[in-house]
Design a protein around this ligand. Structure first.
Ligand code: MSP
Length: 584
């Protein structure tokens, strides 16, 4: 039995209703609710990152898109979904052609080298993609050719001529209102895209045009009928606003004489397919288009940065509608990272190399920082001091400190999951537990629902905030009862001490389970130390503190894991000051 796709929101909803009616009297009920919201069909989930341009090396922003998608993929798997996760590289177009020329390399050799750099980065940062696509692959070329032919046969593509502005850096056509004046580094007057600041050039050539203008009302209907099609809401509103403006037909090819590095237009060797049409089809190529895409295509979710919203929220849906295909279930947009308040750029020399920084702060450290600090709605700023401060406070001190305290050999010489004593901690107050302790249990019991809700909407920072608040409560619980002061020679004190440790470990088990999508290595270390087996780590079966409800716990009495190492080592800012660094 699999949890159906409605699980999170529906189960949350059902649970809240039950809670309001005070029907939820035990965690058995919670588990039952979770299990009852199931469906027989194997549920699927398909998440994609944008495919990355290979004109330059990967930077922090690229890793951010990939970490968001990875977290979402891991989360769905832990919920019991069959999840597919695609990433890869965008290798055609003028920008890449020029970069290969500048490097004095054959385009394909150049692309392979940079694409492999992305792959290496992703593997080393635990990006658990299930498919890595390169637009120079044959399977992709066939998908693009087929897609083009469908649009052509439906007369949605016609031969015309384009005259207007083009930004090679953005691989984008612009209307006059999107262009402004600027000076280049030598003081020459140039025209730039108002949105990206990149230089634009006037071009005039014969090419193929797509009837984009014919899709305005269908696009409006889609967005009005699906208020969550583009998330967060501010981006959906931005797209609705764009749709009120001019929507001219779109040039979808370039003359072969200017752009050789791309897929030729089927039936016209003098034209090359526009790199964005080529690139967007990658999502279908991975899904198995044109013959076997339905299963995955019906559950597609795109993760994108805000700079490529127009391509994904206007061009792509229009192409798909034209080709008679479904639209993606959702487009999740994230904002950008700046560095010390400035946009990352080669000329400023402030581009963050994610591989270097994942080595400095560990892979999980960097993942945690990006997801804890990144807010989809607004840009976020990256500085090494912030990373160090946050990771030391939340991973090393709070979570790591809690684990050390509750697994310490001094308190638990037998190194087993201690027993819970119902008399010391009765379900209703009256034992040695304090009112705050019951409030903590309530918060931890609700935590999976809170976290799932935030994971579902890609508000990872809110989920981590909620987990962090519970970790603080558990630290407070341990501090309040100071188990190290209790008499450890048997008797009532010993039972109470064991109970304190049992409850703390149960809390830690919940935190470790819920943190898996964000920090897979740290969670694994934590759960292994608690003796939690790999088959006991899913969200579906997470059952907090069954002993409080007089049910058996599979963990009580079980040997703890033998690795007593620290969960996350404190980072010393001094150590990073001597490195090639952005400390100033
Ligand atoms: N090749 C296109 C995407 C085609 S998808 C069919 C492209 N590539 S990119 O390499 O320029 O960007 C890939 C992703 O990195 C985008 O989601 C973009 O928003 C993201 N980022 C680029 N700079 C960024 C930051 N400074 N911060 C966060 N993400 C950023 O666009």
């Amino acid at each position: 039995m699999r949890v159906c796709s409605l699980f999170a929101s529906r189960s949350c909803h059902i649970f809240r209703r039950l809670q309001q009616n005070t029907l939820v009297s035990s965690s058995t009920t919670i588990a039952a609710v979770r299990r009852s919201v199931t469906c027989n069909e194997k549920s699927g989930y398909y998440v994609t990152t944008p495919i990355f341009y290979v004109n330059a090396s990967p930077h922090l922003g690229h890793l951010y898109s990939a970490v968001i998608a990875d977290c979402s993929h891991r989360y769905k798997q832990l919920q019991g979904f069959n999840s597919k996760f695609a990433t890869g590289t965008d290798e055609h177009g003028l920008k890449v052609q020029q970069a290969a020329e500048a490097a004095g390399k054959q385009p394909l050799t150049f692309c392979t080298e940079v694409s492999e750099r992305f792959e290496r980065l992703f593997r080393s940062c635990s990006i658990s993609y299930t498919d890595y696509i390169r637009t120079t692959e044959l399977r992709h070329r066939q998908a693009v050719e087929h897609f083009w032919s469908v649009l052509w046969n439906k007369r949605l593509i016609y031969k015309g001529s384009y005259e207007g502005w083009y930004s090679t850096q953005d691989e984008s056509f612009l209307t006059p209102s999107q262009v402004g004046d600027a000076l280049d580094s030598s003081g020459n007057e140039i025209k730039v895209s108002l949105e990206s600041g990149h230089k634009v050039e006037w071009m005039k050539e014969e090419n193929y045009m797509f009837r984009l203008s014919a899709f305005r009302s269908q696009l409006l209907d889609w967005l009005r009928g699906n208020p969550k099609a583009i998330q967060p809401e501010r981006f959906q509103l931005a797209v609705l606003q764009w749709l009120q403006e001019d929507l001219p037909d779109l040039s979808v090819s370039r003359q072969r004489s200017r752009l050789q590095w791309g897929i030729p237009v089927p039936g016209d060797a003098n034209q090359t397919i526009y790199v964005w049409l080529d690139a967007l089809v990658n999502y279908l190529s991975v899904a198995g288009y044109p013959d076997h895409h339905e299963r995955w295509w019906s559950v597609a979710h795109h993760i994108i940065g805000k700079d490529i919203l127009k391509f994904h929220a206007i061009y792509w849906p229009a192409f798909l509608l034209g080709a008679g295909l479904r639209l993606p279930q959702a487009i999740h947009v994230h904002s950008h990272w700046t560095v010390r308040g400035k946009k990352m750029s080669k000329s400023l020399g402030n581009v963050i190399d994610p591989l270097e920084h994942s080595r400095m702060f560990t892979t999980d450290g960097l993942r945690y920082f990006l997801l804890r600090q990144g807010v989809p709605e607004s840009d976020c700023d990256y500085t090494e001091e912030k990373v160090i401060k946050l990771l030391n406070a939340e991973l090393a001190d709070s979570l790591g400190g809690l684990m050390n305290r509750c697994t310490a050999a001094a308190l638990n010489p037998a190194q087993v999951y201690p027993s819970f004593c119902p008399q010391a901690f009765p379900r209703d107050q009256g034992g040695r537990a304090a009112a705050e302790d019951y409030r903590m249990l309530e918060a931890v019991r609700n935590l999976p629902f809170v976290v799932e809700k935030h994971y579902e909407s890609m508000h990872f920072y809110k989920a981590l905030e909620a987990i962090g608040a519970c970790v603080r409560q558990t630290n407070g619980f341990v501090q309040r009862h100071a188990p190290w002061k209790l008499d450890r020679t048997g008797g009532k004190d010993q039972r109470w001490l064991d109970t304190i440790l049992h409850v703390s470990l149960e809390c830690m088990r919940v935190y470790g389970t819920l943190l898996q999508p964000v920090v897979p290595e740290i969670s694994d270390k934590l759960l292994t130390r608690l003796g939690v087996r790999p088959d006991e780590r899913s969200f579906e079966t997470l059952d907090f503190l069954p002993r409080l409800w007089q049910r058996d716990s599979p963990f009580e009495g079980r040997a703890l894991g033998t690795d007593t190492g620290v969960l996350f080592s404190r980072l010393e800012s001094q150590k990073f000051k001597n490195k090639k660094s952005h400390f100033k």
